[in-house]
Design a protein around this ligand. Structure first.
Ligand SMILES: NC(=O)c1ccc[n+]([C@@H]2O[C@H](COP(=O)([O-])OP(=O)(O)OC[C@H]3O[C@@H](n4cnc5c(N)ncnc54)[C@H](OP(=O)(O)O)[C@@H]3O)[C@@H](O)[C@H]2O)c1
Length: 359
């Protein structure tokens, strides 16, 4: 069969052979995505634009450079989203994809517009879907008539949590409870914390190894996990708002508004209360885990919990994530998804997987 005949017989293969992509964000995840583009798995994608927050380029020679990420850090054209979108539309590719590998709320707010303009959006940025309900609804409306929205990287860094919920929902299975450990960094910290060393010393090590955000308060506040819980609950059909989630911050009030360097100097102020909670849990034969919980009756909570040895989260290792879905058909025991819950490589792979799955 000729190549033309083959692609007529298989439009999906045609789309995969001919996809143009613009990459927003060349940090850890964007950098790992650029590496993937150079592998066989990315050979059918054509990069037509790339940007960080300060610079961008649509020049083919610059985009082909191995040190594109480093170059954009020091030079490039001035930032202009519309010029990037124009480059995407000017390409002859059948499939046009904007990849959002940033945490920018401003960019996330433009996802519906890009979908409406016929582009697909593939994102690790959860600011829109995990933001206020109006943004979520705008996104759903744009998804009906516009391009497709790849969001596997927003929750569980590519573990099939959202895909599974969508499937259950589409099959009419009613989700009754969503529970789990949704933060790789908090998973790592509490899987390792056994009371023998101060929590602050583990936290310093985790930060140095890149497991936490540069400002660990972003992890410890629970807000990132709350966003993931919002996305999961909404995907399961519940119009949950942030105000309905009880979020326990592990950052003492006295450290919430100080500069980062002062917070890092005073990290040991976290130690006593966490040591007391660990000892109390241990006395009952339990361990501490950072859990998120949503019930169909609307109860939603994020924070540190004592869990018994039989709880699925009790045996987590490393930075694993865990998602447990109790539904009308998974009633006695939940459907459980578990695996690596952090890291730029698996996140970049989730982005690529969403692109390759585009119809
Ligand atoms: N790292 C992980 O393991 C992981 C896992 C799951 C999900 N995620 C999510 O993936 C996203 C990226 O994370 P990351 O770790 O790669 O962050 P990062 O290393 O801080 O990189 C963020 C990138 O976004 C760029 N950026 C910010 N605003 C921009 C804008 N308006 N236009 C274009 N670029 C902009 C930054 O540019 P500058 O360099 O100029 O600041 C930087 O290149 C976040 O939403 C994060 O929550 C990350």
């Amino acid at each position: 069969m000729s190549a033309q005949a083959a692609s007529a017989a298989c439009p999906r293969a045609q789309a995969q052979r001919d996809a143009a992509v613009v990459l927003l964000g060349t940090g850890q995840v964007g950098g790992a995505f650029l590496q993937l583009l150079r592998t066989r798995a990315g050979e059918n994608l054509r990069l037509v634009g790339a940007a960080n927050s300060r610079h961008q380029t649509i020049r083919a020679a610059a985009l082909a450079e191995r040190r594109l990420r480093e170059r954009l850090n020091i030079a490039g054209d001035a930032r202009d989203d519309d010029a990037l979108l124009d480059a995407l539309h000017a390409s002859s590719a059948a499939t046009k994809v904007v990849i959002d590998a940033t945490a920018s709320e401003e960019l996330a707010a433009r996802h519906p517009e890009w979908l409406a303009r016929g582009c697909h959006v593939v994102t690790a940025n959860k600011a829109l879907a995990g933001g206020d309900l109006a943004g979520w609804r705008e996104l759903q409306a744009a998804r009906v008539h516009g391009g497709e929205y790849g969001d596997s990287a927003t929750v569980g860094v590519g573990l099939p949590a959202l895909a599974t919920l969508r499937r259950l929902h589409a099959c009419g299975d009613r989700v009754m409870r969503i529970e789990g450990v949704f933060s790789g960094s908090l998973s790592h910290l509490f899987n390792d914390y056994d009371g023998t060393r101060p929590f602050s010393s583990l936290l310093r090590e985790a930060r140095a190894a890149g497991y936490t955000e540069p400002d660990p308060r972003c992890d410890l506040s629970g807000e990132d996990v709350a966003r993931k819980l919002l996305i999961l609950a909404r995907t399961a059909g519940f119009p949950l708002e942030r105000a309905q989630i009880e979020v326990e911050s592990l950052v003492p009030g006295s450290l919430r508004n100080v500069m980062l360097h002062e917070f890092l100097e005073r990290l040991d102020e976290l130690d006593d209360s966490l040591a007391a909670r660990y000892a109390a849990a241990r006395a009952r034969g339990h361990v501490l885990r950072h859990l998120a919980h949503f019930d169909a009756d609307g109860r939603a909570k994020v924070g540190l919990c004592e869990v018994p040895p039989a709880h699925p989260a009790a045996h987590l290792q490393g930075a694993d994530n865990l998602f447990a879905f109790t539904t009308g058909r998974y009633t006695k025991r939940p459907l459980v998804i578990q695996g690596a819950g952090a890291g730029p490589e698996v996140t970049a792979q989730a982005l690529l997987g969403d692109i390759l799955a585009l119809r």
